[in-house]
Structure formats: C-alpha cells, structure tokens
Write a protein that binds this ligand. Structure first.
Ligand code: SF4
Ligand code: SF4
Length: 343
C-alpha cells in the first residue's frame, strides 16, 4: 500500500514536480566519493535509431567511433587513478555499433573494473559474439526499447529494425541461460504502452517471459521524458508520453544551489573530448562553446594528466554552479540531482 501511494505521487503531476523541488532544495544526496570512482566512456556517437524523445535526431553531433588505442590509454589511466566503475553508455549513440565493443569491455575487465554498465537499444547485439559478451566482465546490460512489436519500433524509435532486435534478444537470452550468466539484463521500456500491454505482445508471451528472473528484469515503462533543455517539445511525443515539468533547483538568491552530482563525474566523448556531466548536452556540443568540455585527450599524455592540468577549470565550473550561476543547459534540465558537496 505504502509503495502504491509513493508510486502514485512520484509518477503524477503536480505531486512529482513538488516532491522533486522539495528534494532539490532540502534533501540533497549525501556526498560520498563513489562518483569519483566512476568514469563514462562513449565509444560511439552514431546511433541506428531516431527516438522521438531524444535530441540525437536534431543532428548536433558528428558521428565518431572511438579509436581502440585511445580507449586503451583511457582505461590504463583510470586504473592508475583508482577508478573501477565504468559506464559505456553513449551521450547520444549506440555502443554496439563499434566493431570492437566486446574487446573494449574485456580491456576494462583486465584493468580491474568491477562494475561495467551499458545502455543499448539492443538492435545490433546479434552482430557480436554473445557468449564472449556475457563472459567479458560486463555486469549490467540495460536495454532501452519501446515495446516488443514492429509497429511501436517504427512509431517511437523510428527504425525498421525490429526483426534484428528480436534476433539479438533471442540469442542473448538463450546464451544467458546456457551459460548461467550473472550479467543483469534489464529491459527498460520508453513508450506510451502500459506494462500489461507490453506483456501482452506475442514475442514477450512466447519467448521473453520464460527467461524472466532476478537477473532478467522487465522494468516499469518510462512515460515522462526530459526535454533536453527545452529542445524536445510535447508535440514531438505521442499521446500517453509527457515531458517532465522542470522542478525548482534552489531558492536562490536566498540559498546557494546544491551541486548537481553529475558535475562530479567525468566523461570522455568518442572524439576524445573530456567533459564533466555525461548526461545532457545542447547544440553547443562538439563546439568550443560547450560549457562542460574540459579539454581533448589528444592534447595530453593521458586522462589523469588532462584532469590534473585542468583542476582549476573544473573547480570554477562547480563553484559557479554552487553560487547560483547555473548554465542555461542546467537551468532547464530535469535530470538535476542535488548533492551535498561544497566545491
Ligand atoms: S537509441 Fe538512444 S541514442 Fe539512439 S536515438 Fe534512441 S535514445 Fe537516442
Ligand atoms: S543539471 Fe543536467 S545538464 Fe546540468 S550537470 Fe546536472 S545532469 Fe548535467
């Protein structure tokens, strides 16, 4: 009963925006150094879908695949810095478009990463060696999808590749069972469909259902979407999908702004640029005006050298934010998560 009430409040407006605003101002996360153990490496800024809720379709980015030698250099540097948690999710792109996707995960395993997480649309998994993928050191595979039907793939992910998705999921789940794999696979629907409607699809009932377990999970559908700093509009979405109402972040000027915890994280883009905040970007991405870009790894010996030489830049971005000079990108961002950290 308590969970049902909490879910109702969290997923219905205006309660959702009120609760998030109260959290933002009065209940920031407690700081621990876990964020500094994480690195995000984007190996592809090319995607094979054009989801209606994603700003990838606006075409701000040059499609790049990260060079394997650059990736190895970053991983080595992370090991020296004590970083042992890796997110391989792109800021706008598909990880499995990289032909070296699986060797890249194995490289991280060799460097003692104990958490390796990937968000994928799952379409291209069949092109890789799935057995190798499931034994590569990968810990969490998060599959974003609109529902288990061709028509919904066309409507929301704007791709005709549902059959490839089905082929990939079939191979993935069969191998997962055969290997008694420990990789957590989470299906994360982004759609207007209800969970019941998703479970009613033929592919789910006849195939996926028999694999559902504590390691293979179907999450509740996400129906509320971030606007990518105002760039995605309600008219881009379908009936039953809504844009998040941007919650209040502070009572500034009466109170300083809690830092967004993503400003404590580091991300390397597929073109070698290093950024704080691996989450949201606007049209300035890939240009010298990108507010969160720190420098390009190509201009330094390695990642730790780049970070060391740009400590002041990172600090001043954090201090500005904390003092209420929030970049426009952040002002409109609903992914803001406050942390109790004084830069
Ligand atoms: S699959 Fe991901 S990166 Fe590609 S368009 Fe959809 S949300 Fe964007
Ligand atoms: S508010 Fe949004 S864009 Fe700004 S740092 Fe946080 S997640 Fe990134």
């Amino acid at each position: 009963m308590k969970n049902k009430i909490t879910d109702f409040l969290i997923y219905h407006q205006p309660y959702r925006v009120i609760l998030k605003s109260i959290r933002n101002i009065f209940f920031p996360l407690k700081y621990d150094n876990i964020n500094e153990k994480w690195i995000s490496i984007e190996v592809s800024s090319i995607c094979n879908a054009k989801c209606i809720f994603c700003n990838y379709k606006l075409g701000y980015r040059k499609g790049t695949l990260m060079d394997f030698s650059m990736y190895k250099n970053i991983i080595k540097s992370c090991q020296n810095m004590g970083i042992n948690k890796l997110g391989l999710t792109s800021m706008g792109g598909e990880f499995f478009l990289h032909t070296k996707a699986v060797p890249m995960i194995k490289e991280a395993q060799k460097a003692n990463f104990n958490k390796i997480e990937i968000h994928t649309n799952g379409i291209l998994l069949y092109k890789h060696n799935i057995k190798e993928l499931l034994t590569s050191g990968l810990t969490d595979l998060l599959i974003s999808f609109p529902g288990f039907e061709e028509s919904i793939f066309l409507e929301i992910y704007q791709t005709t590749r549902f059959n490839d998705f089905k082929k990939s999921i079939t191979q993935l789940l069969e191998n997962h069972k055969q290997l008694k794999s420990n990789v957590t696979i989470r299906f994360e629907p982004r759609t207007y469909l209800s969970k019941k409607q998703i479970k009613n699809s033929v592919f789910y009932k006849e195939f996926v259902l028999k694999y559902i377990s504590d390691k293979i999970i179907l999450s509740d559908p996400l129906k509320i979407f971030d606007s990518w700093s105002g760039e995605i509009k309600n008219k881009d979405l379908k009936k039953g999908m809504k844009l998040e109402i941007n919650p209040i972040k502070s009572l500034y000027p009466f109170k300083k702004v809690n830092l967004c915890y993503r400003l404590l994280t580091k991300a390397v883009k597929s073109n070698g640029e290093v950024r704080i905040c691996n989450c949201r970007y606007d049209s300035t991405i890939d240009t010298p005006s990108d507010i969160f870009c720190i420098g390009n790894i190509k201009d330094y010996k390695n990642l730790s050298n780049l970070i060391l030489k740009n400590q002041n830049k990172i600090k001043s971005l954090q201090i500005d934010f904390h003092n209420g000079n929030i970049p426009k990108l952040c002002k409109n961002c609903s992914f803001y998560v406050p942390v109790n950290y004084k830069p």
